[in-house]
Design a binder for this molecule. Structure first.
Ligand code: GCB
Length: 880
């Protein structure tokens, strides 16, 4: 009955537009995510709901860059009379990146930094009638605010939840850098006994001295009281105080670990000594665990050796920018857990509070860092902003049992400044080292219970020279051998080098990864081809190397999911494809590989099942096309069946089994079995005739990538593209020329430039250069032919892909390229000049219809006028 009544009241309150609250003993909170009006500076006003970013659309276009400037949010705040005499706060969980909050036109606060919470006391500004909140957010470049440059997109906006908090005048302090005013530690903890210290900061904003009790209760996971402590205090008007409660001897605490993330709850109350009513109340998680990093033996949790394996995570999501709803944030951590991961590197900045709460619940160990990435500014303001961010990060997240590490710098010597002026460079290096030292000391002071971490890229000498490997308690290395340089096998050598030369410094591999565009497949995967298959090979080498070396505390794959990085071009422009999940959080094959490596229970999965629609040429005169299929497993061996017929039992090598599968045209059912495990997949195969005359395989259409060994699945138009071949009589193929190899010694597969005017960049990024002819020996009939071109040389060019994560363009040597294209002897594209007629790196598609007669097939001829003719892709479709 009571329930029904309060529901009714809530409904009335909502209907009348009054703000209603969840009653939470003394304090009230309610989200303020709705009913905002937004406009960019001088832009039209629109209605928006938080989380919101103004960049979710403009990062989707082809053009580089996105709006970096001012955005204005406004909202009415309807508070009734009962709010008078209370303390009213606005809680902003994240505003990118500079924010000013105004209440009724008066500035209440300014905050710097996109990734930490700030709490604004607004009572002095309110009229309790028609209050208006305005948030002026700005994501412009500001040399004093990190990050200055980085391989991710700096979305602007009010992109995390906003909450209204109403407290009584005596309340847990909201002044401590966005924290909830309670700081919990476990000074002693073992399997037999533990102590807990709770430090509560209390404000008395009233005009009278108050006698109160601070009551702290620890509940176990079932809600049973484990311990209770009451401290009586007098708190003077207008003052604040710290209450420290030491809770002794909790017997046989349930320990927190990835396998059993047992959580206690600490509820802290302020109680009026006279009336015994609850004035304020805050709840925090508590986990009993202890941990140690050992330079020789790796990481230990609760005295047990645990190999850390996990991933880093960015906070953005497909089509949403950084305005990711809570449910999707939490799901990311569930996906990490389901992968078998036990660690999250919250990189490169603190993330939504939901993330660490999920880590606490699910048993994921975590490190968190501030966004000091790539480079610093040598100003006092920059230094102070870094120190403030570090303080906010630590204080806001202090009570999460999942956190074991605070970090503060990532690859800070990535691009060496002042290379032509060594004395000046030394000044810069000194400044970097001093900043690192300040951040490290601050961290150890604010939280002596956790480790500090500084993250370097693989340039061993420079980080040692500058002294950055001496400062933190753990050194992190971001290693990309076999991607940006060298071969995957170099990775193990680097690990051994650290162990030999820095034998007393524990370390983690804080990043490693290879781009895998989920649309690209290859049977001969190589570096930079962006194939999913290269990702498998790369990760196998890395996982083996880390797992076999006890001194490596662990590693975190870069990245859990693909993410927005506006300055990137490549096969999926503006996206970094190193995720184990796609940007929409679909698993790639590599995610399954991790499950096979990490999950304790028996695991068997057809990884290639992700490649549901395949195409390929028939094996000589047969009615099949034989292609590899991969299975990920932690079993010794497995048997694969195709349409019910066994293809044999095979052993796993590094958790992968490969079969050669003779696919037939149409539907193919794959089933893999090992013991009582099995997995199944339906593959739809479009068989291409070996020779066009082959009456058993009717020809429908074929899509061919020139100068490429890749398969490409265009998911939007449902087109399957396959690699080219030199001309075979009776079939098809090119005559003359070589695959495009890139210019300026760029180590790429084809071109890594953004092709304008298409989402199918891989169709245009490879080409046959110097091609003379392309032939299809098709039977008589009516056909549609499409030729695809893009001028890959010239225009704006990235200097080199390796770590060049910013706009750093240099001109290529351009040469004229003019050629004629004719089809069956008739001019089709005379004097084609791609650069002049269409522009550089621009998608060009030219389609025509052809009547093939007298058994002549189709012959496309290329005649050079200047430079070398090119063809990027070709598509042929039979009409009838
Ligand atoms: C790194 C950076 C990270 C990049 C990554 C990459 O080392 O720390 O921000 O996204 O490499 O993919 O290049």
């Amino acid at each position: 009955m009571l329930k029904a009544k309060s529901l009714l009241l809530l409904l009335i309150a909502t209907a009348t537009g009054l703000t209603s609250f969840a009653q939470d003993a003394g304090r009230k909170t309610i989200s303020l995510n709705d009913q905002w009006e937004f406009n960019k500076e001088n832009g039209p006003v629109e209605k928006v709901t938080i989380p919101h970013t103004w960049n979710d659309r403009d990062v989707l276009d082809d053009a580089a860059g996105y709006y970096r400037g001012l955005g204005i949010y406004k909202r009415k705040l309807k508070l009734d009379e009962t709010a008078k005499g209370k303390n009213i706060f606005l809680v902003f969980n994240g505003v990118a990146q500079e924010a000013e909050v105004l209440v009724n036109g008066k500035s209440a606060v300014k905050h710097i930094g996109s990734y930490t919470r700030f709490i604004v006391p607004i009572s002095p500004y309110l009229n309790y009638k028609d209050d208006v909140i305005e948030v002026r957010a700005n994501n412009r470049f500001n040399e004093d605010i990190p990050p200055l440059t980085a391989d991710f997109t700096f979305f602007g906006g009010l992109y995390r939840n906003v909450t209204l908090l109403i407290t009584n005048p005596v309340h847990f302090s909201q002044k401590e850098n966005g924290s909830n005013g309670i700081f919990i530690t476990t000074p002693q903890v073992s399997a037999s006994t533990a102590t807990v210290q709770v430090k509560s900061l209390i404000d008395n904003a009233s005009a009278v001295n108050q006698k109160v009790q601070v009551v702290t209760t620890i509940f176990d996971a079932k809600g049973t009281t484990v311990s209770n402590q009451t401290t009586a205090v007098n708190i003077n008007k207008g003052s604040n105080m710290v209450v420290v409660q030491d809770i002794k001897s909790i017997q046989k605490p349930q320990l927190w670990s990835p396998e059993n993330p047992y959580l206690y709850r600490v509820v802290t109350k302020i109680i009026d000594s006279k009336t015994k009513s609850v004035i304020d109340q805050v709840s925090n998680p508590l986990g009993f665990r202890w941990f140690k990093f050992d330079a020789e033996k790796g990481f230990f949790l609760n005295d047990k050796a645990v190999k850390i394996i996990g991933a880093s995570r960015h906070q953005d999501y497909e089509n949403r920018g950084n305005a990711t709803p809570d449910a999707l944030q939490i799901r990311d951590i569930e996906l990490l857990k389901a992968m078998g991961g036990n660690f999250l590197r919250v990189a490169h900045y603190p993330q939504d509070p939901q993330i660490l709460e999920a880590c606490d619940r699910l048993g994921i160990l975590a490190s968190v860092e501030i966004p000091v990435v790539n480079t610093i500014t040598e100003t006092e303001a920059f230094t102070n902003n870094c120190l403030n961010m570090q303080t906010e990060m630590i204080q806001q997240n202090f009570n999460h049992p999942s956190i074991i590490i605070w970090a503060y710098m990532n690859e800070i010597l990535l691009r060496l400044k002042f290379s032509n002026d060594k004395p000046r460079q030394q000044v810069y290096f000194d400044h970097v080292r001093q900043l690192a030292q300040k951040l490290d000391s601050l961290t150890r002071k604010l939280d002596p219970s956790r480790y500090t971490l500084l993250v370097n890229h693989g340039a061993w000498d420079i980080y040692n020279k500058v002294g950055l490997t001496k400062i933190p308690m753990i050194v992190g290395w971001n290693l990309y051998s076999g991607w940006y340089s060298g071969v995957p096998e170099d990775f193990g050598k680097f690990l051994d080098r650290h162990h030999k030369e820095l034998p007393t410094t524990p370390f983690m591999v804080t990043e490693y990864g290879a781009d895998a565009d989920p649309r690209i497949r290859s049977f001969s995967p190589i570096r930079f081809d962006k194939s999913v298959e290269y990702g498998i090979k790369f990760n196998q080498v890395y996982l083996n190397a880390m797992l076999s070396r006890p001194f490596v505390a662990g590693g975190e794959a870069w990245n859990l999911a693909d993410f927005n990085s506006e300055t990137r071009e490549e096969t999926m422009p503006h996206i970094n494809n190193k995720g184990l999940l796609t940007i929409g959080r679909e698993p790639k094959d590599t995610y399954f590989l991790y499950q096979a490596y990490l999950l304790g229970k028996p695991y068997l999965k057809i990884t290639s099942a992700q490649w549901k629609d395949r195409t390929g040429t028939a094996d000589s005169a047969a009615l099949t096309s034989t292609q590899p299929v991969q299975v990920a497993t932690n079993q010794k061996s497995a048997e694969l069946f195709l349409n019910g017929k066994s293809l044999g039992v095979k052993d796993a090598v590094d958790h992968i089994i490969d079969w050669q599968v003779p696919f037939i045209n149409g539907k193919n059912q794959l089933r893999v079995v090992s013991g009582d495990q099995s997995d199944q997949a339906d593959i739809n195969f479009q068989l291409q005739p070996y020779k066009f005359k082959d009456a058993n395989i009717p020809f429908k259409n074929i899509n061919i990538l020139l100068g490429s060994k890749r398969f490409y699945i265009d998911e939007k138009e449902h087109q399957l593209w396959m690699p080219d071949q030199p001309y075979k009589a009776g079939a098809w193929g090119w005559i003359g020329g070589d695959p495009y190899k890139g210019t300026n010694n760029r180590i790429t597969y084809g071109s890594d430039k953004n092709i304008l005017g298409t989402d199918n960049d891989p169709v245009f990024q490879t080409q046959q250069v110097g091609i003379k002819q392309f032939k299809f020996d098709v039977p008589d009939g009516e056909y549609e032919l499409a030729l695809y071109f893009a001028e890959l040389v010239g225009g704006e060019t990235k200097e080199a892909l390796a770590y060049n994560l910013d706009n750093n363009h240099k001109k290529e040597v351009e040469e004229q390229r003019i050629f004629d294209v004719s089809i069956n002897g008739t001019a089709f594209l005379p004097k084609l000049n791609l650069a002049a007629d269409f522009g550089y790196t621009t998608a060009v598609k030219k389609t025509t219809r052809i009547t093939v007669q007298n058994g002549k097939g189709i012959s496309i001829d290329f005649n050079a006028i200047e430079g070398k003719p090119v063809l990027n892709a070709v598509q042929l479709r039979k009409i009838y």
